[in-house]
Design a protein. Structure first.
Length: 432
């Protein structure tokens, strides 16, 4: 049992944790690093992250340990790349391959730290990555048998494809998503959950997907947050000229950039809207052709991939983040826009729908492709006719992010989970 108010000693398992990468590795690094402010942390990660973590200033052996699991990880990564048939595609395939290779990593973690865990050197063991709920944690039972609380999460993923977007599902090579639910039959998965003191769910979908017997230990906390040093500009919300919209993300079918062009075409042609598209991907040329066919090329700027500093410079000039993605697990780009005071307009489904309220953004109901385009178009026209609410929504969005969604805020939220698993009491509610 811990002493209330004392700093817990936490062994953090973050197989993917890299300050120089994006997506899951950046989440793993950002949360692991932030937790150093609220706990005595030692990070265990995969050897591929070693050099970047050293460049970030951590000391090997004292602050972190790099586990070399490349004997299994390297060839399986090559296999996953082949089976995905394209960069950024086949995420379910990648998760399935990771689920097969990850146990070897944890086997090496236990070989290195098992004796210390059993001897009580740590108050908590917390696995942050992998984020996928399909990836079991074989050492959970060993940690629990040693009398040490095992915390899992944030877990996120597996958001169902909307029924009207099966073509996009196939274009993304998501063949395994049709049988994804079979992981719940795995004994290793079931054993992992039985031995968790707490499960942090990164989305309400993931929380609801977890079995009934673990619900009393499930705590909802969105996986994403922002780094104040990386998002330090503020949108001016200038309403004197055309409304400025932006899209940020990979140019792939499920993110809906083609739907956005179709929805915004009327406003773009009339000169009442401009659109900056930041990002690149396989749809780039088709989108440029679509813009030309719609007669809106002069009002749409394709920036391609930009360095982060330039991303926020372009985005901060916008009034709106127009983001009709129909399958986002976390929605980190939505938080990033809100941090800049750019008002989000999103499809009310999965991650973005959990982050955006009517007070700080616009939520378009999920539906068919035509329904989303029509609703996006109508909402854009409504904003253009009366943009007076944008400045107040911008302020509310920024306040929400800075109070609840910085990595520092997230670390203090997780610290409440640590306090609970060590000392008992009522299960904490971290966000309303």
């Amino acid at each position: 049992m811990g002493t209330p108010g004392s700093r817990p000693r936490v062994l953090i398992i973050a197989e993917a944790a890299n300050p120089e990468w994006v997506s899951v590795p950046l989440v793993g690094w950002s949360l692991s690093s932030a937790l150093r402010d609220v706990a005595d942390v030692h990070i265990v990660t995969q050897v591929r992250n070693r050099e970047a973590i050293l460049r970030a200033g951590l000391e090997e052996g004292k602050d972190f340990t790099a586990i070399d699991s490349e004997a299994i990880a390297a060839p399986m990564h090559k296999l996953a790349s082949f089976l995905r048939m394209g960069e950024g595609k086949g995420w379910t395939t990648l998760a399935a391959i990771n689920a097969l290779t990850y146990p070897y990593f944890e086997r090496l973690v236990w070989k290195r730290f098992g004796a210390e865990i059993s001897a009580g050197h740590y108050d908590i063991v917390h696995r942050i990555t992998p984020l996928s709920p399909t990836t079991a944690s074989p050492i959970a039972s060993k940690v629990a048998q040693a009398g040490v609380p095992f915390v899992l999460g944030p877990l996120n993923g597996g958001v169902p494809w909307p029924p009207s977007f099966d073509a996009e599902r196939r274009r993304e090579r998501e063949w395994l998503s049709y049988v994804r639910g079979s992981y719940k039959l795995s004994r290793r998965y079931q054993r992992t959950l039985r031995n968790c003191a707490a499960v942090i769910a990164g989305s309400r979908h993931t929380a609801d997907e977890l079995p009934l017997h673990v619900q009393d230990r499930v705590i909802w906390l969105p996986e994403n947050a922002i780094d104040p040093d990386r998002f330090n500009l503020i949108s001016k919300q200038d309403l004197t000229g055309p409304i400025k919209a932006c899209f940020i993300g990979r140019l792939v079918p499920y993110k809906g950039p083609d739907m956005l062009l179709a929805a915004a075409a009327g406003a773009l042609r009339s000169g009442s809207l401009t659109l900056d598209i930041i990002g690149d991907g396989p749809m780039r040329q088709d989108l440029a052709s679509q813009a030309e066919q719609l007669g809106i090329s002069d009002m749409v700027t394709f920036h391609g991939n930009l360095p982060h500093a330039q991303v926020q410079t372009v985005a901060a000039e916008a009034n709106l983040l127009t983001f009709p993605s129909i399958r986002e697990f976390g929605g980190g780009v939505v938080l990033e826009a809100m941090a800049l005071g750019v008002v989000p307009m999103i499809v009310d489904y999965a991650g973005p729908g959990e982050l955006v309220t009517d007070q700080l953004g616009f939520k378009i109901p999920i539906g068919t492709r035509a329904e989303i385009i029509d609703a996006f178009s109508a909402t854009l026209e409504k904003v253009i006719r009366d943009p007076s609410h944008l400045q107040s929504m911008s302020a509310v969005a920024r306040e929400k992010v800075w109070s609840d969604f910085t990595w520092s805020a997230k670390a203090h939220q997780v610290a409440r989970v640590y306090e609970w698993v060590m000392n008992g009491g009522d299960k904490p509610t971290l966000l309303s």
